[in-house]
Design a protein around this ligand. Sequence first.
Ligand code: ZN
Length: 228
Amino acid sequence: MINQKILCTVAVLCFMLSTCGCGAETQTAEESRETVIDETPTVSIPVDPAFTVVIDPGHGGEDPGSVLGDCLEKDLNLSVALKLKTMLGEAGIGAVMTRESDAYLSSETRCGTANAAGADLFVSIHCNAFEEDAGVQGFEVHHHPNSVEGVKLAANVSEATALTASGATKRENKASSLDVLTGTGMPAILIELGFMTCPDELGRLRNGDYQDSLAEGILQGIVTYLGE
Ligand SMILES: [Zn+2]
């Protein structure tokens, strides 16, 4: 138990250091569990390292997803997913990736990975496109129509991302029967990070700092969900 406590404290400190400066203005002292630095972001860190999130970067291999010039959706998805994996690890939360390279996976394989891992949550990461109107932008979160927990998780991730991702437009969350939401046996969401067809948003999506802020929002949403 002592070792576990030490490890958790280390994880908390690492996480705080890694997120220092992101969204500090939005924090309140009452919410803080640690008082290492006054401006420390306040996120409740779950102490159960057995808790596992499956991260599913959409598309891959022969399936690029949306393509805008030289920018492929599958690459953006993987980049943000890997950042999220690192942040989850720093927060003491287990992370399993459905893919960590440019590989094609069927929906069945993605769901199978999550179900076999006995994961607690499933988070699929995509980018949107709407060729009819380049002005449409923003992120949105999809959840299973009948999953109360999925609705809660989607709401938490959406609200947290609206705070961390500067310049992002928060769109309404959607009930959806996408394969990865219906085939997974745990609360599941699919996040559309933004519209690649909007030039301004595509510029942000390609930016490493912005990708960090998106991953940070997803992490904080997961942590808030776990604390409810
Ligand atoms: Zn996609």
